[in-house]
Write a protein that binds this ligand. Sequence first.
Ligand code: NAD
Length: 312
Amino acid sequence: MTTVAVTGAAGFIGSHLCEALLARGDRVVGIDCFDDFYDPAIKRANLANCTPHEDFRLIEADIRDRDAMNAALADGVDAVVHLAARAGVRPSIEQPVLYTDVNVNGTVVMLEAARQAGIQRFVFASSSSVYGNNPKVPFAETDRVDDPISPYAATKKAGELLCHTYAHLFAMNITCLRFFTVYGPRQRPDLAIHKFARLMRAGQPIPVFGDGSTSRDYTYVADTVDGVLRALDRCSRYHIYNLGESEPVTLSDLIAALETALDKKAVIDRRPMQPGDVTRTFADTALARRELGYNPGTGLADGLQRFTAWLD
Ligand code: NAD
């Protein structure tokens, strides 16, 4: 039986991943500090299906706590999926020191604890934000990613560099996964789809930054989790993969799709573009398809239906 430690287990993606690991028969050590980036009660609810499971163990601790992380990984853990982070572009501009502390220092603590425990497989949650405003699309893993435009993006690039260093120095098998705007049930409340849906249902205006032409490669959470499992099972040497849908959607089209899913007209509160926000994301998924067998299949309309069904 494989034991997988998942940091950020109580979060949006982490809770889905823990469920998927348990469903296939793995043992899971979930690590989360239930920080206040959004209501910790939501995170406890996210774990409702996991906590009763006999193969799930929750460790409430901060990834920056070296003793706690050494202890968490010391006992028969075979692999680590490191998802815990301060997420979000805009708040990282307000709190760059906190973001760097959690996302960069926290990642070194996890890598170091894994190394000391002799753990061979490590998967790191990176982000499409590392591509910044690269003009070439779709974004490919071989593209230059030296121009982040937010502290958050810089911390994810730094995390990838640290992962490379550990893979090189200690022959650990490490895979960095660049997630592209993940959505679905339990999505973080700060993200556009979730925020817009709640406001629209309440008949309130939605804040739309820019003219609606920015685009995102929205990825349904089950597709992302499938990609994480595939990467975990095939973790060897050092790799980076895009996990996107490869179907960018403009903000205006997203709002139209939400109007359909909710059967409700949006009231637009037009605002200027926000610093740190990239104009578009668009994943080239050829490498992940070829090497991982990644095959995302959930279209936006279908994914939004499942999201709004959860919201009810
Ligand atoms: P989330 O905020 O829902 O989950 C993150 C979890 O990490 C939370 O439960 C939080 O309590 C925990 N955490 C934060 N700091 C911690 C610390 N110091 N110690 C222990 N636990 C801590 O976010 P998410 O959307 O599920 O994102 C998961 C990962 O994927 C993050 O690394 C994020 O940067 C990355 N990512 C997400 C998206 C997306 O669209 N959701 C896109 C790109 C990358």
